[in-house]
Design a binder for this molecule. Structure first.
Ligand code: DSN
Length: 446
């Protein structure tokens, strides 16, 4: 490749000049994010501060081990950074020990398994089709291959967790580890009950709060820290941080497991630290300590509940009849449309959702009978109650019957109007933004 520059101009080593192909793809994705209503429940928009930390020169630094015990020199700044992130995580979640090194939530889970399980040991986790996660024992995941995985489901009538049934199952299976936590469960999880079940059968309890960690940080969902032996989370969902992971231990489990979990993360599951991600998580944790973050999470839940109520009024059937958190699951079987068709139809008008398996689904996972919607990303953009009413109407127009070309055009116009009304993340880069929900990210408590 030849890179020639106009010698009269300052040298340009930026991405746009060095690799215009990648630059163009990123620009197109930026535009897509601006122009679409993002309803994928695990999605969010990070702040400029988190983005800057993620893309910083920290990527250049090699570090293995933990602060004060590194396998490479030159880690004095990195030690300070990681200690800061750990202190913030402990403060925010009321944890006695925090490990900020997991690359992802799944890696955090694997570290917990390595800490307490041997190959072939029994796990009891939530069934993937009932809202669980791949890394909780799915047969095509590493966990399903290494451990003897069993699953609890939701009640067929209420679609809620039935703790008596889970207890009976746990007594039968005698798992060494019980996993509480989900990717698609719209209701509050009772971690205290899970701990009682674990104690009854002599199991360890892992709470995977990947989806709800932002709500837990804001005290809008009960915390598992006092109950679970291990708490894991990814950091990019409701917590609004970088794509990464974290492990937290309460004061009851830290004395026994702090050292073990650290060595399970490194060198057990991972190698060198993603230092740039540690910095981004430190910033995320500072943002999450602000009053505006709590307001944001409150609005996220309120938006979710308004959207759910509006959809129910339009004769959509919601799994469990509603939502307590940032997400909802819609059963489309009575609308005569599959999850895949709904996902495609909404994508055609720039509303982004994911098809989702429902409890006791008769469809295969590439088709699904439902979709999952979440309000974390749109709430970051500043969408409120009024916009939720509009979105419910748009979804109804697109899914309740085959939309005509005229309807599709009208819905597309309305999506453009809403996106224009609440600009993309670029607008939260402006400290003088007039939009309170976006501006508030800068109003951090000292
Ligand atoms: N776990 C997947 C989800 O819930 O969407 C991806 O993070």
């Amino acid at each position: 490749m030849t890179i020639s520059q106009d010698k009269t101009q300052p040298r340009n080593y930026g991405l746009d000049f060095i690799d215009p192909e990648v630059f163009a793809i990123i620009e197109r994705e930026n535009q897509r994010q601006k122009d679409n209503i993002e309803l994928i429940a695990s999605a969010n928009f990070i702040s400029r501060a988190v983005l800057e930390a993620t893309g910083s020169i920290l990527t250049n630094k090699v570090a293995e081990g933990y602060p004060g015990l590194r396998y490479f020199s030159g880690c004095e700044n990195i030690d300070e950074l990681e200690n800061l992130a750990i202190a913030r995580a402990k403060e925010l979640f009321g944890a006695a020990h925090a490990n900020l090194e997991p690359y992802t939530g799944s890696q955090a889970n694997h570290a917990v398994y390595l800490t307490v399980l041997k190959p072939g040991d029994r796990i009891l986790g939530m069934d993937l089709d009932h809202g669980g996660h791949l890394s909780h024992g799915a047969k095509f995941n590493m966990t399903g291959k290494h451990y003897d995985c069993h699953f609890y489901q939701v009640d067929p009538d209420t679609q809620l967790l039935d703790y008596d049934v889970i207890l009976a199952q746990a007594k039968d299976i005698r798992p060494k580890l019980i996993i509480a936590g989900a990717s698609a469960y719209p209701r509050t999880i009772d971690f205290q009950k899970f701990r009682e079940i674990a104690d009854e059968v002599g199991a360890y309890l892992l709470a995977d709060i990947a989806h709800i960690s932002g709500l837990v940080a804001a005290r809008l969902h009960p915390s598992p820290i006092p109950y679970a032996h291990f708490v894991t989370t990814s950091t990019q969902k409701t917590l609004r941080g970088p794509r990464s992971g974290m492990i937290l231990l309460g004061k009851h489990s830290a004395p026994e497991f702090a050292r073990k979990i650290d060595s399970a993360v490194f060198p057990g599951v991972q190698g060198a630290v993603h230092v740039h991600a540690i910095a981004a998580k430190a910033v995320m944790l500072k943002e999450a300590m602000s009053a505006s973050f709590v307001n944001y999470q409150r609005q996220t839940i309120e938006n979710s509940q308004i959207l759910a109520t509006d959809l129910i009024e339009r004769r959509f059937r919601l799994i469990s009849g509603g939502t307590d958190n940032h997400l909802m699951l819609i059963d489309l079987s009575e609308k005569g449309i599959t999850g895949k068709e709904a996902e495609d139809r909404l994508a055609s008008v720039r509303i982004t959702v994911n098809k989702n398996m429902l409890p006791y689904d008769s469809q295969k996972s590439t088709i699904c009978s439902g979709i999952r919607l979440g309000t974390s990303a749109i709430t970051t953009r500043g969408f409120g109650a009024e916009e939720m009413h509009c979105i419910a109407e748009l979804i109804d127009k697109m899914l309740s019957s085959e939309p005509t070309a005229k309807t599709i055009a009208k819905v597309q116009d309305e999506v453009s109007r809403l996106c224009h009304l609440h600009p993309h993340i670029d607008s939260i880069y402006e400290p003088d933004s007039r939009k309170l929900a976006l501006e508030s990210q800068y109003q951090l408590q000292s």
